[in-house]
Structure formats: structure tokens, C-alpha cells
Write a protein that binds this ligand. Structure first.
Ligand code: PMP
Length: 295
């Protein structure tokens, strides 16, 4: 009997029906916290690891290094522990304490960057460290096409099959943008009529962990602003409200960026006549227990 490894359980997450404000539309959330590392980023980390190993860029002598707002770091740390590779993560000092503790629990080394500089500060610090190419393999999720490929190969075909090709709208927040670039591109190949809706924080002061306000941030190399059909700006307050509402009214305990995606999906539902809207729900509410989200 062959039992699949931990890593083989990444992906194939469920679609969960959500309430819609328009009875002629359906909204489903893709529940990415069902991944073994607890977030959508398991997919990217798995593909990044596999490509780095296959190409020989990552060896036992080197440490996998990247900048992360937390979830990718946890995913790298989990996979690194499972495969026996060392992982070092640069995170802004103010990422939720849960994220730091989980990454440390898996044995990763944490390097904290200036909290005021956010995820961009972590990128700048990681780039400096990465100059020591003897010591580090710099995974660079913001510019690594394996991040996009993960969603092109797994997330989109799963959604296509789960909706039996009936999806009309795809909603995803953008951080590295790997989810939208990969899954969005593949969904357009399945059916060019599928509308891609990209969710960003409303401005640089609206902090939604995991998401980037592209206009004011270091733009990821993998990001193509032309891919999505529509951009929706969500205020942090609205993301909070949705996360609270789905917990109380629908029994789904989700994170802040999932709240933002649900808020955007509901907005779309009200703008269209009929349709089947799929929103990516990147992680669960557990990752934010110490933050203002639940206080
Ligand atoms: N939400 C959360 C909580 C995340 O950690 C991330 C990853 N940065 C995203 C959304 C965005 O995903 P992506 O990097 O694929 O754009």
C-alpha cells in the first residue's frame, strides 16, 4: 500500500457555497486553508521547491531564502522540514505572531524586517542577504514563474472541474499575484468569457495581510496588470466586516484577505444578472487570532 506524502496532499481543496445577495447568482469560496500548511501558498511553495530541486539550484548545502508576509514562509518551512532542507524567511516584524510561531515551529530561521516598510522592506532585506549565493538559494516568489505555474497547473483545473465548466467569474486578491496570474490565465484558456476580478487594498494605508496595493508597492515581476478584466478596491474595514459576517452567519472562519475576496464577490453578484462566482479564500481566521481582526 502506498500512502501519499504530506506534500502530495497540497491542493484539491473544497469549494464551499456562500450566501449571495443576488438569488440568480451563486458564490463559492475555494477553501485554501484545507491545504496541509493552512494556506493557498502551499501550492506555490511546492512548485518553487520542486523546480529548485529539479534544476539543482537548491542543494543540501544551501538555505532556501525568501521574503514573505507569512503564509509562503510557513509553506516553505513545512516542506523544508518534510524534505530535510533549511529555510530562512524575511518577514516584516509586525506580521501576526501566529505566522512567526508556526514558521519557527517547523524549524525555519526568521529574519525580521522594518515593520514600517511592510512587505517591500522584507523584499529589500532578502535581496541583500541573497547576494551571498554560496549560502542561500533565493526563491524570490515575486519573480519566480513556478509560483504562477502552480496555480496554472492545479488551482484553475480544480475549479474548472468542480464547477463542471460553469464558472463565470473568478475573484482573487493579489499579493505576489501568483494565484491570479496562474489560475486566471488558465481559466481564460478553458473559456475566454470567464471574467477575472482582481482584489487590491483600496490604498497604501489599507493593510490587508497578504495583499498588495500595486500602485504604491514594488510591483512583482510575475504581475501583469492587463490580465484581469476588472479591479476591485476593498477597504480594510469592509474586509473585516465580511470576515466577521461569514463567521457568524455562514460558519466560515476566514482570514482578512478572504474577507476582502468575499466582499468583492458579493459586489460582483449585485452587478451581474446571473453567474457562478468563485472566490479564493487564502487562509483561515486562526492565523489572525492575535490581531485586531478578532478583537
Ligand atoms: N491572502 C493571503 C493571506 C496571502 O498570504 C497571500 C499571499 N501573499 C495572498 C492572499 C495573495 O496570494 P498571491 O501571492 O498568490 O497573490
Amino acid at each position: 500500500m502506498e500512502i501519499p506524502s504530506l506534500i502530495a496532499h497540497i491542493g484539491n481543496t473544497p469549494l464551499i457555497p456562500l450566501q449571495s445577495p443576488n438569488a440568480r447568482t451563486q458564490i463559492f469560496g475555494k477553501a485554501e486553508w484545507f491545504n496541509p500548511g493552512g494556506s493557498v501558498k502551499d501550492r506555490a511553495a511546492k512548485f518553487i521547491f520542486e523546480r529548485a530541486l529539479a534544476s539543482g539550484q537548491l542543494t543540501r548545502e544551501k538555505i532556501l531564502l525568501d521574503a514573505t508576509s507569512g503564509n509562503t514562509g510557513i509553506a516553505y518551512a513545512m516542506i523544508g522540514a518534510a524534505l530535510g532542507y533549511r529555510v530562512a524567511l524575511v518577514m516584516p516584524a509586525n506580521v501576526s505572531v501566529e505566522r512567526k510561531k508556526i514558521a519557527r515551529a517547523y524549524g525555519a530561521e526568521l529574519i525580521e524586517s522594518d515593520p514600517l516598510e511592510g512587505s517591500d522592506g522584507a523584499i529589500v532585506r532578502a535581496r541583500e542577504l541573497a547576494r551571498d549565493a554560496q549560502k542561500y538559494f533565493y526563491a524570490d516568489q515575486y519573480n519566480n514563474s513556478a509560483n504562477v505555474h502552480a496555480h496554472y497547473t492545479t488551482t484553475a483545473p480544480e475549479i474548472w472541474e468542480q464547477t463542471r465548466g460553469m464558472i463565470t467569474h473568478f475573484v482573487a486578491g493579489v499579493g505576489t499575484s501568483g494565484t491570479m496570474m496562474g489560475a486566471g490565465a488558465r481559466l481564460k484558456e478553458f473559456n475566454p468569457a470567464i471574467q477575472l476580478i482582481e482584489v487590491q487594498p483600496a490604498d497604501e494605508l489599507q493593510v490587508i495581510e497578504g495583499l498588495k496595493h500595486m500602485e504604491s508597492a514594488i510591483v512583482p515581476g510575475i504581475y501583469d496588470a492587463q490580465l484581469a478584466d476588472k479591479q476591485i478596491a476593498i477597504e480594510t474595514e469592509a474586509a473585516y466586516r465580511e470576515a466577521h459576517r461569514v463567521a457568524r452567519e455562514e460558519g466560515l472562519f476566514v482570514g482578512l484577505s478572504a474577507g476582502a475576496a468575499i466582499a468583492a464577490a458579493r459586489q460582483i453578484a449585485q452587478e451581474i444578472e446571473t453567474g457562478i462566482i468563485i472566490a479564493i479564500l487564502p487562509d483561515s481566521g486562526d492565523r489572525y487570532l492575535s490581531t485586531a481582526l478578532w478583537t
